[in-house]
Design a protein around this ligand. Structure first.
Ligand SMILES: *Cc1c(COP(=O)(O)O)cnc(C)c1O
Length: 397
């Protein structure tokens, strides 16, 4: 039985009619940029997450970059984060000119170890960027308390955590700002690239809206006034049809980005958002099945934090001889993935930061032992059981 790590074709087949109609409608209406679907999706996603503002952008990496910029983080600043994550987390910090300062992870949840954050805070530290790795929220209560004590901002990298919960609240509503990715493999994925920034802060929302579109127009002017403490009303220009020609577009107030969510992607995401809770429930059911099956083996299964209800973006196992299981599964046409083979403090591009092997023992330990097995909402019980049986055979082989 051939089983992929995830199967996007199945997900599409289940919403094919709805999705085809919605995408064709966008093509027919020809309102491709910042249309009705984008505006509605932003509202619907904000409601889902439980925040005041959701600002759509071109991808998750841009979401992180724009959020950091909106917070005024840049040159000579430090941002505390985890080395056990996808590269974009640290890349965004570096991109705005700041320095990522890595704090090792917990061996149980694989998230940033909140007890090791304070010792890394310096006079240059401006923010903490926890990542809800593999779809489980970091210890946000403790992290927010540390941030409050030291006057720091907190940005959730929630790119893997759409639908996860912490203390009864949704991931993305737990800090000053949060960032999501709609890359096809994520919990809520579109047919290409997409991203979102969430916040309850009105001023940060305006600055993000300006930065994502060249710092131009009405939003650019509003953001400029905010940043320069100018109290003035910004008039909306309704003299022409905004969708075809907007004269304000050619007046730039900030140096920003071109980072928008496409109307076709928004149309698709609106449909998938309505299914997201079902997708997550299905993921949790698969995880339960795996957890029970592997409970009395030498495999280390994912540990769930006390306040956490994970979304299981990935299902990660740990085994001393990872290669043995991975190659046995490959022979049996079961896909696996290694997340993450090189912790970020040991990446070539970060040599200049001066970290060495042994600096983040937990992240390094995990990078040699963890692997992902197939996890997606449409995985059948038969497939899950075949995976379980095959893994048990691999352990004994
Ligand atoms: C996917 C991901 C990103 C980047 O999102 P893109 O949409 O691919 O740019 C950032 N951080 C984490 C933790 C991710 O998993």
């Amino acid at each position: 039985m051939k089983i992929p790590l995830l199967d996007l074709q199945r997900q599409y087949q289940n919403i094919k009619q709805e999705a085809d109609t919605a995408v064709c409608e966008v093509l027919t209406n020809a309102h491709y940029i910042m249309g009705e679907n984008v505006l509605s999706f932003e509202k619907e996603f904000a409601d889902y997450v439980g925040v005041k503002h959701a600002i759509s952008v071109g991808n998750g990496t841009d979401a992180l970059v724009i959020a950091l910029k909106a917070m005024g983080i840049g040159k000579d600043d430090e941002v505390i984060t985890t080395p056990y994550t996808f590269f974009a987390t640290a890349e965004a910090i570096s991109f705005v000119g700041a320095t990522p300062v890595f704090v090792d992870v917990r061996l149980d949840t694989y998230n940033i170890d909140e007890t090791k954050i304070e010792e890394k805070i310096t006079s240059k530290t401006k923010a903490i960027m926890p990542v809800h790795i593999f779809g489980q929220c970091a210890e946000m209560d403790a992290i927010n308390a540390i941030a409050k004590k030291h006057g720091l901002l907190v940005i959730e990298d929630a790119c893997q955590a759409a639908g996860a919960e912490y203390n009864g609240k949704k991931a993305g509503s737990l800090a000053d700002m949060s960032c999501f990715s709609f890359f096809p493999t994520k919990n809520l994925g579109c047919a290409g690239d997409g991203g979102m920034i969430c916040t309850d802060n009105d001023d940060l929302a305006i600055i993000c809206k300006a930065l994502k579109i060249h710092g131009s127009g009405e939003m650019g002017e509003k953001a400029y006034n905010l940043l320069h403490h100018i109290e003035a009303d910004v008039e909306e220009d309704t003299s022409t049809d905004n969708t075809i020609y907007n004269p304000k577009k050619y007046y730039n107030y900030l140096i920003g980005h071109n980072s928008r969510l496409d109307e076709t992607q928004a149309a698709l995401l609106r449909i998938k958002l309505r299914h997201l809770d079902t997708y997550i429930q299905n993921r949790r059911a698969v995880a339960d099945r795996y957890n029970n099956a592997f409970a009395h083996t030498n495999l280390v299964t994912p540990k769930c934090g006390e306040k956490s209800v994970p979304a299981y973006h990935l299902y990660i196992l740990q085994f001393e001889d990872r290669e043995k299981i991975v190659s046995y599964l490959a022979q049996n046409e079961i896909a696996t993935g290694t997340y993450y083979p090189v912790p970020l403090h040991l990446q070539k591009c970060y040599t200049s930061l001066g970290y060495k092997k042994g600096d983040m023992p937990n992240a390094e330990y995990l990078s040699e032992r963890t692997f992902a097995i197939p996890m997606f909402p449409e995985l059948t019980q038969e497939e899950a059981d075949f995976i379980i049986t095959t893994i048990k055979k691999a352990i004994e082989s």
